[in-house]
Design a protein around this ligand. Sequence first.
Ligand code: FES
Length: 95
Amino acid sequence: MFKIELKTRLGHLIFIANDKQSLMDCADAAEIQIPSSCRNGTCRTCMSRTLGGRVRYEIDWPGLSAEEKAQGWILPCVAIACSDLKIENSNAYLI
Ligand code: FES
């Protein structure tokens, strides 16, 4: 289990993620809404930035360039936590 700190426009939200489900599924379970559309790693609606920590992907093509990944951008709909994380998505909110 990993502690995920999500920085939003309205403040910080905390939720717990496991090493099996996507960050978005774990946020959903905590009633935290991260904007989404496709939920399969292609549309980039959920694009968020990590400020610390590591994620992994089970798909080969998360719709991010190598440069974006190097800058810390992730797609929470398909990203799985590998550590505690700090993420920024200004449009996320508590349901
Ligand atoms: S919701 Fe489409 S890439 Fe995440």
